[in-house]
Design a protein around this ligand. Structure first.
Ligand SMILES: C[S@@+](CC[C@H](N)C(=O)[O-])C[C@H]1O[C@@H](n2cnc3c(N)ncnc32)[C@H](O)[C@@H]1O
Length: 152
């Protein structure tokens, strides 16, 4: 049964989102000001929008995007769209945890959740690969591609 039709699953996922994003269990946030890292108090509006660097939350996307991610996963399941879930750029893993638990609450034991990260921030440019065209993963106004295909 899709999570969106199951009130226990909905409540569980609500609690999970708030625990992952720490908006109901506030932590602090880092701020880089004048060249040094400072600890600042929790800012609810920043956390909602995913515009802070959390001290302890396991995702920095913020609570609104977490909700959107859950809704996207549920839509995929409800509409029977095939395929695994993937997150490129995982950081502390909160979005991957949410995707995995959406699958668990719906009893989907087939799909996998793939997580990719350098775990070392943005890698330095590699001159030997600079001649390759950048793959385009999404449709955007400034882009003529309309395919999701591209090398990972
Ligand atoms: C903004 S954070 C991702 C936030 C994460 N989605 C979340 O829920 O909090 C970006 C992540 O992407 C990774 N990253 C950035 N560029 C990368 C690259 N070219 N290849 C692999 N990982 C990369 C970084 O190590 C970092 O963990």
């Amino acid at each position: 049964m899709p999570a969106s039709n199951n009130s226990d699953a909905r409540r569980y996922l609500d609690l999970l989102r708030h625990a992952l994003g720490r908006d109901r269990f506030p932590d602090a946030r880092y701020e880089m000001s004048s060249g040094s890292l400072q600890l600042m108090p929790f800012g609810p509006a920043l956390r909602a929008q995913g515009r802070d660097w959390p001290l302890e939350a396991v995702t920095m996307v913020g609570t609104k995007r977490l909700e959107n991610l859950e809704n996207c996963c549920c839509t995929v399941l409800e509409e029977g769209i095939r395929g695994d879930f993937v997150e490129t750029g995982v950081w502390r893993g909160g979005c991957g945890i949410l995707m995995r638990l959406v699958l668990a609450t719906t009893g989907d034991e087939i799909r996998k959740v793939w997580l990719f990260d350098s775990f070392a921030g943005l890698p330095k440019p590699d001159a030997s690969r600079s001649q390759r065209p950048m793959p385009c993963y999404y449709r955007c106004a400034s882009c003529s591609h309309d395919s999701l295909e591209g090398p990972l």
